[in-house]
Ligand binder design. Structure first.
Ligand code: DON
Length: 304
């Protein structure tokens, strides 16, 4: 398969779409990034890397951090995690509060903000600094020691984190947060502010395409069955209320973030990450979704 040629073709064909969509402005530090930017990388389980555009430029991973945080919490608690957070698509926006009251403070899944706050609560109970533990975990997954979080992005979001604070306090009122809500919001916001490139993110997600083991080191992060379960969650919940449309178009388990990144996995073959900051109405990268749709269409490779 000529992945290099296919990536270059996608980049060329995408030109009219770059700059479309809206950059996330509710995090002021992200509002000034040009929606025209684009990078994409494929990392195969064999170790081969293919890139196009700004594949080595770091960006704010935002909700993609939820995938790694959930993996770490699942490693710690196993199926007990599902007593506190569900595994059903929410059908509502990633920052919606509406289901929480009817469902007694138990979020639908770990990839919406409310669910990720519960996951972060698990990490805050286990680690002195949850955000540092998560950064360390991601460094192990990707093999990149230089990864860290951007304090300016975290500060910028923390000043406007009213919805996430409301959710955290609301869940605490139902007894579904064990640690102080503001401490959890603080750790969660720092996790979201981790900066990584497309190549680094594809490397970090590669264990999911390799039955739970990091191909380059052989480290077993989760067993093969858990890798299946985490990938299934990405498929049904990783792109919020657009999950149905996304899977219809792309056919891969994926996790998106409002920084414009989307990471996806093709079990047994590769992880792929695309970055383009212009978002669609659901908060997923507009050009990024298109790039992944074209990748699976041109290669004929998807999970279906
Ligand atoms: O909590 C928030 O709203 C952001 N830190 C992350 C949201 C996000 O990335 C949703 N993804 N599309």
């Amino acid at each position: 398969m000529n992945y290099s040629g296919i990536l270059d073709q996608i980049h060329r064909d995408l030109k009219p779409w770059l700059g479309k969509g809206r950059v996330a402005s509710y995090i002021p530090e992200l509002a000034n990034i040009s929606a025209e930017r684009f990078g994409m990388a494929i990392v195969r389980t064999t170790g081969e890397v293919f890139r196009t555009g700004e594949a080595d430029t770091r960006f704010s991973i935002q909700s993609i951090s939820k995938l790694f945080a959930c993996t770490l919490a699942f490693q710690l608690l196993g199926d007990d995690l599902w007593q506190r957070v569900g595994r059903e698509p929410s059908g509502t926006a990633f920052n919606s509060l509406v289901q929480l009251e009817a469902e007694q403070g138990k979020p639908r899944n770990p990839f919406i903000n409310a669910g990720a706050l519960v996951v972060t609560d698990v990490l805050c109970r286990r680690f002195v600094k949850a955000e540092t533990a998560l950064v360390e975990f991601i460094r192990r997954l990707s093999g990149e020691r230089g990864i860290g979080y951007d304090a300016a992005v975290a500060q910028s979001e923390l000043q406007h984190a009213h919805r996430n604070r409301a959710m955290a306090h609301f869940m605490a009122s139902f007894g579904n947060l064990k640690m102080p809500p503001d401490l959890v919001v603080d750790a969660y916001t720092r996790q979201c502010a981790i900066s990584m490139s497309s190549v680094e993110l594809a490397r970090a997600a590669l264990f999911l395409a390799n039955r739970g083991a990091v191909p380059s080191t052989g480290e077993q992060i989760v067993d093969a069955s858990s890798a299946k379960r985490l990938s299934a969650l990405m498929l049904t919940c990783g792109t919020y209320d657009a999950a149905g449309d996304f899977v219809y178009r792309v056919g891969l388990p994926a996790k998106s973030g409002v920084g414009g990144g989307i990471v996806a996995v093709l079990p047994g073959e590769m992880a792929v990450c695309v970055w383009s900051p212009g978002l669609d109405a659901n908060g997923n990268s507009l050009a990024g979704t298109l790039a992944l749709e074209w990748l699976t269409t041109f290669t004929g490779q998807s999970i279906f």
